[in-house]
Design a protein around this ligand. Structure first.
Ligand code: ZN
Length: 138
């Protein structure tokens, strides 16, 4: 069995952002040379998510509205976690949206449904963040 590891790096210009990282994951699969296996993609920071959904801008605005309803960024003093930091909302948003995805690789490609795409969800941006891509297979 072969294995391959790669880190993706992000520094968004906004506090929150949704980035389609499917092309970067496909590139990692191509670099790995693995034709049949699994790819794990996980956020390495606890205020960011990796998830699969539709690449549709209206839906991304809906995520933003929904998450702000559940865990509004402000007022900062509504959260016990905030004091030294102001990112309690980002921890909560990440928990809802998830840490990672695991995807099948078949014939060297992501074995996806028609509309599935992989997204990086940033909830406390403007600083360096990492995503791990780990591929195993043959
Ligand atoms: Zn924090």
């Amino acid at each position: 069995m072969k294995n391959y590891r790669k880190e993706l790096h992000f520094k968004t210009s906004t506090r929150r952002a949704y980035l389609n990282i499917t092309p970067q994951v496909e590139s990692a699969i191509a670099e790995s040379g693995i034709r049949e296996g699994l790819v794990l993609v996980n956020a390495m920071n606890i205020t960011a998510s990796v998830f699969i959904n539709d690449n549709e801008s209206g839906l991304h605005r809906d995520f933003e509205t929904w998450l702000e309803g559940l865990a509004p960024e402000k007022p900062y003093d509504r959260y016990h976690h905030n004091g030294y930091e102001d990112n309690a909302d980002a921890h909560l948003k990440r928990t809802i949206m998830g840490r990672e995805v695991v995807c099948a690789i078949t014939n060297g490609r992501l074995d996806f449904g028609t509309w599935e795409q992989i997204f990086y969800g940033e909830f406390d941006g403007k600083r360096d963040k990492r995503v791990l891509v780990k591929i195993i297979g043959e």
